[in-house]
Design a protein around this ligand. Structure first.
Ligand code: DGY
Length: 330
């Protein structure tokens, strides 16, 4: 007996996703799916063609899911599942208007992102990239008393911009480094989360003024777009380190360049930029005190597979008309 696959809901997957997710889809026997079988993003025109008539869509963060894509998909589309915790690439209003349910992948990546944030923070504050470069290229003359000095976490104040799961996980990991004080800002105090790390709620100005290390952990929304700008940097200490593992769009990069090149702040570590990839001739790449990573915070095999499986399970649950393991409330 062979099941008639053509009767099953049709799903389009916009990228080669890690194997666990594909396995979940395959073994479910619940959907027929087609895949953009590449490690590179699907060209827009191709996406517009492929989504036509689909019941479900599984995407990653490089696909902008807006009215154009949803119109191209047509009225069959019931579920969108993104393999990401961020959802700034989705037009939520358009999805809601059409009654399309949305799944995303919070929690499974929190540990990996927090871990990478610590690595980036230390690489920036202790100047690791500069140091390996010096060692390799003959800059290592002798042991010198102030050469390649940086800033330490012990006795410092760490500020978290946007306190959520990831911010808490970062603070938990930083605590053993003998941080003196955690402070945070957000649209409103988040006492339950803050209690876990004994963090004090402060205004954005105070966060800028007091933080020796400022980690951005907020979502990109119209409210946070470009919020890390001249106004913020100008209030920071010239010994402080700025870290962003959320979205590049929260930072005004011209203002950051200015702050870094004039010594207004000591350094910045960025895992996210605008655009991505950041062109290799971008001015930020010329700065020794700016460490730039290519959006790898969640990039561990375990986490990417967990994200892939969760995205697949969200999609399948949505198509069954059941609550998703992780559904975005629209
Ligand atoms: C996300 O999930 O939004 C990250 O940026 C990539 O893991």
């Amino acid at each position: 007996f062979r099941r008639d696959m053509s009767a099953l809901p049709r799903v389009y997957v916009t990228r080669q996703i890690p194997p666990r997710g594909l396995q979940v889809l395959r073994e479910s026997g619940q959907v027929q799916f087609e895949l953009w079988d590449s490690d590179d993003p699907i060209p827009r025109q191709e996406l517009l063609k492929k989504v036509k008539g689909c019941d479900g869509l599984l995407c990653v963060l490089t696909e902008k899911i807006d009215a154009e894509v949803l119109n191209a998909a047509g009225p069959n589309l019931k579920v969108l599942s993104t393999m990401s915790v961020g959802f700034d690439h989705l037009s939520l209003g358009e999805l809601k208007k059409r009654g399309i349910r949305v799944g995303y992948t919070p929690e499974v990546l929190t540990d990996a992102v927090a871990e990478l944030t610590i690595a980036l923070l230390l690489a920036t504050s202790r100047r690791l990239i500069e140091a390996t470069h010096e060692a390799k290229t003959g800059g290592w003359g002798t042991w010198r008393t102030l050469w390649l000095c940086g800033y330490e976490l012990a006795d410092s104040t760490v500020g978290i911009f946007g306190l959520g799961r990831i911010g808490v996980a970062i603070a938990e990991r930083l605590k053993p480094f003998k941080v003196k004080k955690f402070i945070y800002t957000d649209v409103a105090p988040r006492p339950e989360l803050a209690a876990a790390i004994q963090a004090e709620y402060v205004s954005m100005d105070e966060l800028a003024r007091q933080s020796d290390f400022l980690a951005v952990c907020c979502a990109l929304t119209p409210e946070t777009q470009g919020i890390c700008n001249k106004n913020l940097f100008s209030k920071m200490k010239n010994t402080s380190i700025f870290i962003n593992t959320s979205r590049g769009g929260v930072v005004n990069q011209e203002d950051l360049y200015e702050a870094l090149s004039t010594g207004q702040i000591a350094g910045a570590g960025l895992d996210v930029t605008v655009p991505e990839p950041l062109p290799t001739n971008h001015p930020l790449f010329t700065l020794k005190n700016c460490v730039i990573l290519p959006h790898i915070a969640s990039a561990s095999y375990t986490t990417r597979n967990a994200m892939s499986a969760l995205a697949a399970n969200n999609l399948l649950a949505g198509l069954r008309g059941e609550p998703m393991p992780k559904e975005l409330q629209l």
